[in-house]
Design a protein around this ligand. Structure first.
Ligand code: SME
Length: 166
């Protein structure tokens, strides 16, 4: 059964992360299909924070590329490659990328000309990066280490369940 988030309109970003972290498991934990859960994860994050774009790029092992997964927002690039862009940096370096101004990130892949800041967090399952969560904002300086801290438990839950969800 679908739930609504019902976040208070004046809730701070910190409060929104706290509310999501409490409810994440019940929102996603009862469905065994990975794509269904990633689709709802993108929808919940978009609803909670009204980001410009929220979605997943999945590691395509055969082609050694990132391929577009479930997302909310405008049309996006379907494939990303090692060594180019913010998503690839998170994948290549196995660390979250916080980019307050995408125009200062060399090689940034501009799927949308409206994006000003971006945050990408790798999703790890059994010690291997299987996907990245990508968030784009139309506002400069709209992402920070606080967002990484808020999103990390949510992303960890996805990684922990990745293989069980087929
Ligand atoms: N900007 C990303 C590409 C994906 S879109 O933002 C949806 C990058 O530099 O990897």
């Amino acid at each position: 059964m679908a739930e609504t988030l019902a976040l208070a309109p004046d809730a701070s970003r910190k409060q929104r992360y706290e509310a999501l972290s409490t409810r994440w498991k019940s929102l996603l934990g009862n469905e065994p299909n990975r794509m269904a859960n990633l689709a709802n994860a993108a929808a919940v994050l978009k609803e909670a924070f009204d980001w410009h774009w929220v979605g997943f790029y999945l590691v395509d092992k055969q082609r050694d590329e990132l391929v577009l997964g479930p997302f909310q927002g405008p049309l996006a690039c379907t494939r990303l490659h090692h060594g180019k862009g913010v998503c690839a940096a998170a994948w290549d370096e196995a660390t979250a990328q916080v980019v307050p101004n995408v125009h200062e990130f060399e090689g940034h892949v501009a799927c949308s000309s409206l994006t000003e800041s971006e945050l990408v967090i790798p999703i790890v399952s059994a010690d291997e990066i299987v996907a990245v969560l990508d968030i784009d904002s139309v506002n400069r300086d709209d992402v920070s280490a606080a967002d990484v801290a808020g999103l990390t438990p949510l992303v960890d839950f996805l990684g922990q369940n990745w293989k069980a969800w087929e």
